[in-house]
Design a protein around this ligand. Structure first.
Ligand SMILES: [Cu+2]
Length: 352
């Protein structure tokens, strides 16, 4: 079974590569610093002039040099180290009959989104995304949830096939709300491979946007013949609540770069846990969509921008053929940039 987890932040050597400092560390091929791309050309804006910009964060008055240096500083700080890493695998307690039991607590926890933003989020086991659960088709699963929130909750297994209606997790429809201090057990046996989520389905507008979600994966999506994946990554898209615009709970420049080699195959699962659509564009290599909502596609197709609506999951293969730092971001520009530079839903694919 392949494992999908959020990877740890980069070492200093790899961070140096991203900043254009690491010719030795990356084997002689030095990608250009992300900041080497000018924000405006000399003939479009007078160097002596100033610009008034409104990029969603209010109008500011800056000279060209001030704007360039603010944006360059933001780029050069990437990747900023923060506390907390979500999406780590949760090992099951295996019971005598082979049942896999996962113990999860919903609680209000501090979560660091970037260098300057720490929020009180509603989280599973204290991280965003919550711990990743990965089981196989036919495993009997017990999901034991303890509610340490100040209000009732319930858990829905979004896109997990084989969950009986009584375990669907909708208060008032299939169960009573799980009150603060209570523990509740969901039991089911997945019947098909899938790329799903577990998330709150009670006061959902608040509880899901405040952070109550995690990845729930069943088996592994089939790959094209001859493809061997070097790494598998979740990209959880969030846009609202206390965490706001983010990949895997972190806002650029605190997002984690993905480091790969020319010729690798990287498997990415996008999960939209937010409330808006996000066209996720990867510079450089295209993205081969092999599954939608965990259902394998009969005819995989290449795209360079994957539009992920709320609740959707896309499974893509990325096969870089050229070294460099490839920016990877939501193309709704207010989700990825302010007048201080890039923020939110931005990271990079670093190909060595
Ligand atoms: Cu977006």
């Amino acid at each position: 079974m392949r494992r999908a987890t959020v990877t740890r932040p980069l070492t200093a050597a790899v961070a140096g590569v991203i900043l254009g400092l690491g010719a030795v560390a990356c084997g002689g091929s030095t990608p250009p610093p992300m900041a080497d791309v000018p924000a405006a050309t000399a003939d479009s804006v007078s160097q002596a002039g100033s610009m008034s910009m409104d990029m969603g964060g209010g109008s500011t008055q800056m000279s060209v040099d001030q704007m360039d240096s603010a944006m360059t500083a933001q780029m050069k700080s990437y990747p900023v180290k923060t506390a907390g890493l979500g999406g780590q695998p949760l090992a099951p307690k295996v019971l005598a009959d082979g049942t896999k039991e996962f113990d999860v607590t919903a609680q209000v926890t501090s979560w660091q989104v970037d260098a300057t933003k720490t929020v009180q989020a509603w989280l599973y086991n204290g991280t965003y995304p919550g711990p990743t659960i990965h089981v196989n088709v036919g495993d009997h699963v017990r999901f034991v949830i303890t509610n340490r929130l100040p209000e009732s909750t319930a858990v829905h297994f979004h896109g997990v096939r084989g969950v009986p209606n009584s375990m669907d997790g909708v208060p008032g429809v299939t169960q009573a709300p799980i009150k603060p201090g209570e523990t509740y057990t969901y039991e089911f046996t997945p019947t098909a491979i899938g790329v799903g989520m577990y998330h709150s389905h009670d006061d959902t507008l608040k509880q899901l946007t405040d952070g109550l979600m995690g990845v729930f994966q069943v088996g592994a999506e089939p790959l094209p013949a001859g493809v061997k994946v070097s790494q598998e990554l979740p990209f959880v898209l969030e846009d609202s609540g206390p965490i706001g615009m983010s990949f895997n709970g972190k806002s650029f420049p605190a997002t984690t770069p993905v480091v790969a080699h020319v010729g690798d195959y990287i498997l990415v699962n996008y999960f939209n846990a937010g409330q808006m659509i996000h066209p996720i564009h990867l510079h450089g290599p295209g993205q081969l969509v092999i599954a939608k909502d965990g259902y394998p596609l009969t005819n995989p197709e290449m795209e360079d921008t994957i539009t992920v609506a709320p609740g959707e999951r896309y499974t893509v293969l990325i096969h870089p053929d050229q070294a460099g730092v490839w920016v990877w971001h939501c193309h709704i520009l207010s989700h990825a940039e302010t007048d201080q530079g890039m923020y939110g839903m931005v990271t990079a694919l670093v190909v060595q």
